[in-house]
Write a new protein. Sequence first.
Length: 188
Amino acid sequence: MSQAHVLVLVGSLRIDSVNKQIAHTAAALVPEGAEAVVYEGLADVPFYNEDLDVEGKVPAAALGLRAAAEGATAFLLVTPEYNGTIPAVLKNAIDWLSRPYGVGAVQGKPVAVISASPSGNGAKWAHDDTRKSVGIAGGKVLEDVVLTIGGTMDKFGSSHPRENAEVSAQISAVVAELVKASHELVDA
């Protein structure tokens, strides 16, 4: 069985973002025999522009994102909700990874999404829009793997999400399913 390598992309750039904490929790809960890396360079990736997406012109930050994604066997996208939808930084990453059309770095690879917000809906709209966008980009969205975490301020307070046993178990289950799907794809 090949080792699964999960690339985790976070839709928040804030240093102390709950979503970033959830991403790092997920990376720490990856099953034995797999690895997960939280990608830290999304703030440097310019907005997708097809004029830049030609050989010799692709910005270094976009090349770095694509290189990290090429080595991934699966993706975990962790997102807050900005004005009822997916944050621009995460949508931009999906746009860069969807190209070249039909053979982008997410093409055919398993993808799961976790969303979290202070609101009671748990960033459900962003969750759904992220799943839709990455699915159109070619990712194999795990349909039965859904985790939206609402009420984060009340649920976590000043604590790290990893300290909440219920949430940690839910995150662990998502990561386990993603790794399982990655193995099934790679070993097929």
